[in-house]
Ligand binder design. Sequence first.
Ligand SMILES: [Zn+2]
Ligand SMILES: [Zn+2]
Length: 206
Amino acid sequence: MKAVIIKTRPGSYEKDGWSDDKKLVFHYSFKARNGKVNFQEKANDVLIKQPQHLYSILLFMESKEGWHYEGDFSVSEIEAKFVALSRKGSSLEDTAHDQNEVVYQEGERSYVTHLMAERSKAVVSAAKDARSWICEICSMDFYDKYGVKYIEAHHKTPIFTYSEKYKIKSQDLALLCPNCHKAIHIYMKNSGLEYDEIITILASTG
Ligand SMILES: [Zn+2]
Ligand SMILES: [Zn+2]
């Protein structure tokens, strides 16, 4: 897939609209039937998968004159009811993809929840502000090794233990280097083990 075209009509979804005056971020609602969002539905699925596949999202908006092209966007945040679309090339879009490493869980719902947890800006930055940027598994200091500051946040709490309403806390996140983060996700996918069980295995192999 090269691009997804989305069209929005003012007033059709409550959450739809620009979140800033410069039109850098547009909130776009997931399609819902009777107020229920089905994440497997194609229209929603392509939005959820965009951070992984990085195809363009071309936004069109209806006006009196007809359909107006607003530009090329990327998904920068996934909320329960909508996604935040950031204009490509803006600084917001750059930060949107520094955590695009995601592996599917059992169902789409878990996948979305996990993504939401790891990309919840407030929680992730709280965790990053409070701790040193050293990988919790291998103790690698990205800055020491590569001269740039970088770390990823991994959500430790097993997904099935919380509901949509659950508030993610910064203690729920582990700060990991990209390699260890990837390894954790591969173990999660292949074995269904939880974070604590996986680090025990990794400690014995490393
Ligand atoms: Zn590591
Ligand atoms: Zn993770």
